[in-house]
Design a protein around this ligand. Sequence first.
Ligand SMILES: [Zn+2]
Ligand SMILES: [Zn+2]
Length: 314
Amino acid sequence: MKKTVLLYYLYTKIEEPEILRDHQRALCKRLGLKGRILISEEGINGTLSGSKEATDEYMKETNEYPGLESIEWKISASDGDVFPKLRVVVRDEVVTLGVKKSGKDVNIDNTAEYIEPEELLNLYENDEDFIIIDARNEYEARIGKFKNAKIFDVKAFREIPELIRNGELDDVKDKQVVTYCTGGIRCEKFSAFLKEEGFKNVRQLHGGIHRYSDLTGGKHFEGEMYVFDGRVHIPVNNVDPSVISECYHCKEKVARFINCHNSKCNKQIICCESCSEKHDNTCSEACQSAIQEHPELRAYKNVEHVQANACSIA
Ligand SMILES: [Zn+2]
Ligand SMILES: [Zn+2]
């Protein structure tokens, strides 16, 4: 059955996150919504799915909650439930950028100015001189990214600041820089961090890839967008769509993620259907023989199952 999927965030001071958590949990249960909501003193970040009526009511009631009036919603469709359950939790932060360990966190009030999707489209169309930086995890960019985007070779988003402090982008500090992520939340902190590191001309894509796709049709985005739910990736570009990801085994161009079915490995790889079959949904000969010799190690019964191990969800 068709479902609606919501993605949203708002940075705002939340005095008592536990009260909002209880409110949100009750609201979602009443409306039969599933998904994940992270709440902290710095804001709220959520992704939920349910019927159109239920998600409409959810948006209305959440926007009525004091302080949450200005949430911007990203809405997409799915063919069924994309979350196994509901999780509403209080965390220290809604996004972990990994700068705290070296002292204070970035100042979110110092976040960069927005660049609107149409403006970014124009930068591409006019062949302007600009640097576009992907502020996500490397595995997300594997399935899709903006044309010419700078992708960091890191397992997790929170490792990026270290690279930048070590001079990774020193040569572009004076250039026109645009950052992007899925729905915008990670760029709020990341772009503030870049400013603090001396980048002079940074803007962040307002509403992320999601809103860019909605407002421009997604031209200049290559491949698809990784999402932290059962759909795993969704189309962005309906102007000139392409596939950029390659099968881990045979290098065929394909947009299909699996987790290695050896539960001790669980590595997330791009894998075509025939290689999935040939390699028993594993990443290597070692993993394949492991699950053949020890069937109890087999992780999944269904073929396409991907674990979203998110540090944030927008
Ligand atoms: Zn293959
Ligand atoms: Zn494996």
